[in-house]
Design a protein around this ligand. Structure first.
Ligand SMILES: *Cc1c(COP(=O)(O)O)cnc(C)c1O
Length: 401
């Protein structure tokens, strides 16, 4: 069977519009398509491929576990899941872990835990969830409603209730909404899909304080920011503010689907036997790969390397901007970098992405005005250099068009 991009339109539900090319293999931060055209990967599968493509540690773990045992279900536990959970607990605020298969599922578990805790401890009136405009938490009906883009949750009938949205980085807007009826406040400790927006110190510390004053739980959605992305193991560690519940996914599996919800023993006890679950969550194959990814990322060398690469990305983008005057802001933390287009190019982030892809470099957008870079955390310096040279050509093509 010849597989072409046209087949997508024939056989796939039309909820995506993928690029015209089909990648067939990758190694490190380089990817090749069906025509054997090479790309530098600054997208990392949307902040997932934290060690690039086919990293030997991950391939090794996958092969080794693939020949042992793939799946059991939660009727039995397994060694990789327990090892990974132990490592997550040992290196974070958390004491307990729940495994899921995706970011949305990890967040779904976090929200259900919060609601259950509030019901058990405080009673039926404490159900309000506060989240933030432009926030993104996944596409299940609960998480997409908690997300701050109504366009994504509209059009599916009645939504899960008692969910309201404040303005990110605006403590007063949270103060207006929060009360003793608030069950949880959920946020990304740096907004990803919403345009790469880091929190101010005053905001994040204020959110924690308001949660404490109102007996509300603080949930950090670290699906995009976690597992080394910001140069910290988790972004909260760089903020000096601990959540009560944390969701991880994306980089956690380095490309293998897995999600995790982390919390304290005190809260975890409210998810009693039978209250929540997943057939695949904590699957040995996923956990074995995630364990290898975690071991590799959670080293001083890799985490320091992220900060080093952040500076190179930002400097390169600033140099391109000096020449072409396209960005009004270059921001982000670690290898979650955003370049916001200036007024002349408003709404054209996708055009830059396409122009860059034509030149052989993969990037992402975060909304209509921000070009996003989420490469491998260990991308070789030479690939950054080459990728940025290609990106610059894409920019030049747009500016000179
Ligand atoms: C990607 C993302 C999600 C959703 O993760 P899925 O694995 O697609 O369900 C949730 N929250 C944040 C912050 C994300 O970036």
């Amino acid at each position: 069977m010849t597989v072409t991009r046209a087949l997508f339109d024939d056989v796939m539900v039309p909820n995506y519009s993928p690029a015209a090319v089909i990648p067939v293999r990758g190694e490190g931060s380089r990817v090749w398509d069906q025509e054997n055209k090479e790309y530098i990967d600054f997208a990392g599968g949307i902040a997932v491929n934290c060690l690039g493509h086919c990293h030997p540690a991950l391939v090794g773990a996958l092969k080794e576990q693939g020949e042992k045992i793939w799946h059991l279900s939660n009727v039995m536990t397994n060694e990789p899941a327990l090892r990974l959970a132990k490592k997550l607990v040992d290196s974070t605020f958390a004491e307990k872990v729940y495994f899921a298969n995706s970011g949305a599922e990890a967040n779904e578990a976090a929200l259900k835990l919060a609601r259950r805790w509030a019901l058990d401890v405080h009673g039926e009136q404490k159900t309000q969830i506060i989240s933030f405009k432009k926030g993104f938490h996944g596409r299940t009906f609960f998480t997409v409603t908690v997300g701050g883009q109504p366009a994504y949750s509209d059009g599916f009938g009645p939504k899960p209730g008692d969910i309201v949205h404040a303005e990110y980085n605006n403590l007063d807007s949270l103060k207006e909404l929060i009360s003793d009826k608030t069950c949880a406040v959920m946020l990304e400790p740096i907004q990803g899909e919403g345009g790469i927006v880091p929190p101010t110190k005053e905001f994040i510390e204020g959110v924690r304080q308001l949660c404490d004053e109102n007996n509300a739980l603080l949930i950090f959605d670290e699906v995009q920011s976690g597992v080394g992305r910001t140069g910290e193991l988790f972004a909260y560690m760089g903020l000096g503010v601990n959540p009560d519940i944390l969701a991880s996914a994306k980089a956690l599996g380095g490309g293998f689907p897995i999600g995790a919800m982390l919390t304290t023993t005190e809260l975890a006890k409210h998810l009693k036997i039978g209250t929540h679950g997943s057939t695949y969550g904590g699957n040995p194959l996923a956990c074995a790969v995630a364990e290898a990814a975690f071991d590799t990322v959670n080293t001083k060398e890799v985490l320091d390397g992220v900060k080093e690469r952040e500076a190179i990305f930002k400097n390169k983008l600033a140099e391109i901007n000096d020449k072409y005057d396209v960005f009004k802001d270059i921001r982000g933390q670690g290898l979650l970098v955003g370049a916001e287009l200036n007024d002349k190019y408003t709404g054209r982030a996708k055009d830059f992405l396409s122009a860059a892809l034509d030149q052989g470099v993969m990037s992402l957008v975060a909304g209509a005005n921000v070009i996003r870079f989420t490469p491998s955390l260990v991308i070789p310096m030479a690939d950054i250099e080459e990728g940025m040279a290609r990106f610059e050509k894409g920019v030049a093509n747009i500016v000179n068009a």
